[in-house]
Ligand binder design. Structure first.
Ligand SMILES: Cc1cc2nc3c(=O)[nH]c(=O)nc-3n(C[C@H](O)[C@H](O)[C@H](O)COP(=O)(O)OP(=O)(O)OC[C@H]3O[C@@H](n4cnc5c(N)ncnc54)[C@H](O)[C@@H]3O)c2cc1C
Length: 440
């Protein structure tokens, strides 16, 4: 395994880190009351700098304007971007746009690529991905019910979706909908593009969450990135050429938007860990209790040591997953296993580190005078978003056990039989050694 990087890459990462810390993070404090148009105007000069450095949408394959960086290189970049949730927007790799771009690139024809992929990649349009439904378990997408029926030259959509991130500012949604309820479970669904303003697409509200707490009612649309929208399709008609791929391709295409994105997401969580850990260290050497800095009290030391070890382990886990994608391919079983492992491990490790950073700061950590409480609230969603922990744990366990044959009789390590085998192998030698040493 090789995680080494060229000096030029290190230089690029150093630039990114300075840029994110000095130019992007300060914006966190100024955006609360801005609408999307105002936010875009604040972001525009930063995005220009990123483009000039050749770092815009760096995850793209060369044919779509990227530089063909491998996953390890991209992972290191996302570690820096993860320091603030604004950075992916500034660097053109904001979810769900990046995942949708992968999906459209995988399934669209030339005209569709020109119409929806190109403006997405240039950062001129935004998109949303609409799968989850209030009435059905998002953990089992084979159970979604939003219907899509052909009527002449159109598809007609009816259904109730929720948690469609960014829908209230999206130029189009990529909706996963049922075209054939009688088909085998993984052939029931298809992907259809629904442009903003299509009659019958009713945006109900941006749901209040731990990250943006507020009770919301119909009509409450935050209309800025970061919202999670409840919506209905009510006899919503789109032309036939708005389907990506063929009817029934929904599950195949859904898989296309997941691999690399999950690794980038996991690495961004390392970025959050790093930031919380830096705050924890600063406080530990600066605040005094019972005559000595907090960092010289054993229980605070335990929090620091545990955080250090967890971040280092987590970082290696994600880099290894990235390396596996580069070396064995993104869809190899080993890559799938490592991606799923990183997907459920990271949110939990990140929440643990942020929680300890809050603890070391005491009342200050719990207060809104530090970013930690917000980082914690926003981070909690990641144990659920893009598949709950339990679902990814299952994937890891399934792949670990896949292909193993059941063993007849006793376990391989059953000691009475192991002992018999050991004696058959070494019995004579053992007796000889005993005799020789006894003889003296
Ligand atoms: C911040 C955020 C952003 C999101 N953005 C989007 C988006 O843009 N588009 C979109 O379509 N969706 C989005 N979602 C929805 C997300 O994909 C779903 O919440 C997720 O798939 C879980 O589905 P669910 O909420 O219906 O929970 P359920 O499926 O009802 O599951 C609830 C809980 O049951 C347990 N569980 C479920 N199934 C199993 C199982 N097989 N084995 C063991 N335990 C299980 C888990 O603990 C799980 O958390 C987002 C969610 C969040 C939190």
């Amino acid at each position: 395994m090789d995680f080494s990087i060229a000096a030029s890459v290190q230089e690029e990462l150093d630039w990114m880190r300075r840029f994110v810390n000095e130019e992007v993070i300060p914006l966190e404090l100024l955006l609360e009351d801005l609408n999307q148009q105002q936010m875009d105007a604040m972001f525009a000069p930063l995005k220009q700098q990123v483009r000039e450095r050749g770092l815009w949408a760096a995850h793209l394959p060369p044919e779509d304007g990227g530089q063909g960086r491998g996953q390890v290189h991209l992972a290191l970049m996302h570690e820096v971007l993860g320091r603030t949730d604004l950075a992916p927007e500034v660097f053109g790799c904001q979810a769900p746009d990046s995942g949708n771009a992968e999906l459209i690139a995988a399934g669209a024809n030339a005209a569709q690529r020109e119409r929806w992929l190109a403006p997405l990649l240039r950062g001129e349009q935004r998109s949303a991905f609409s799968l989850t439904e209030f009435e059905n378990s998002g953990s089992d997408p084979t159970g979604i019910e939003t219907r899509c029926v052909r009527d002449g030259d159109h598809w007609v959509l009816n259904g109730h979706k929720w948690f469609t991130s960014n829908a209230s500012v999206a130029d189009f949604l990529v909706a996963m909908v049922v075209t054939d309820p009688e088909a085998p479970p993984h052939r029931r669904a298809s992907m259809v593009i629904v442009p903003r303003g299509t009659p019958g697409l009713r945006l109900i509200r941006d749901i209040g969450t731990m990250a943006h707490p507020a009770y919301t009612e119909a009509g409450d649309l935050a209309s800025r990135i970061g919202g999670h929208t409840e919506l209905r399709f009510e006899d919503c008609r789109v032309p036939l050429d708005h389907m990506i791929g063929e009817p029934g391709d929904g599950f195949i295409l859904a898989q296309k938007r997941l691999g690399g994105g999950r690794i980038h997401h996991a690495m961004r969580m390392i970025g959050q860990c790093n930031r919380a850990f830096e705050m924890m260290q600063e406080r530990a050497v600066s605040r005094v209790s019972k005559g000595k800095p907090l960092g010289r009290h054993q229980m605070v030391q335990a929090m620091i040591a545990d955080s250090y070890v967890e971040i280092e382990m987590a970082r290696l886990l994600v880099l290894k997953a990235a390396w596996t994608m580069d070396s064995s391919g993104p869809h190899s079983p080993q890559a799938q296993k490592d991606i799923a492992a990183a997907k459920f491990a990271l949110p939990n490790i990140m929440l643990g580190v942020i929680d300890r950073a809050i603890q070391v700061h005491g009342s200050l950590g719990y207060s809104c005078d530090m970013p930690l409480e917000k980082m914690y609230r926003a981070g909690r969603g990641l144990r659920v978003a893009d598949g709950a922990d339990e679902v990814h744990r299952q994937t890891v366990a399934r792949l670990v056990l896949k292909g193993l044959t059941p063993r007849e009789g006793k376990p391989r390590e059953y000691i009475p039989e192991q002992r018999a085998r050991a004696m058959a192998r070494y019995g004579e030698q053992l007796a000889r050694v005993r005799r020789e040493l006894a003889d003296g």
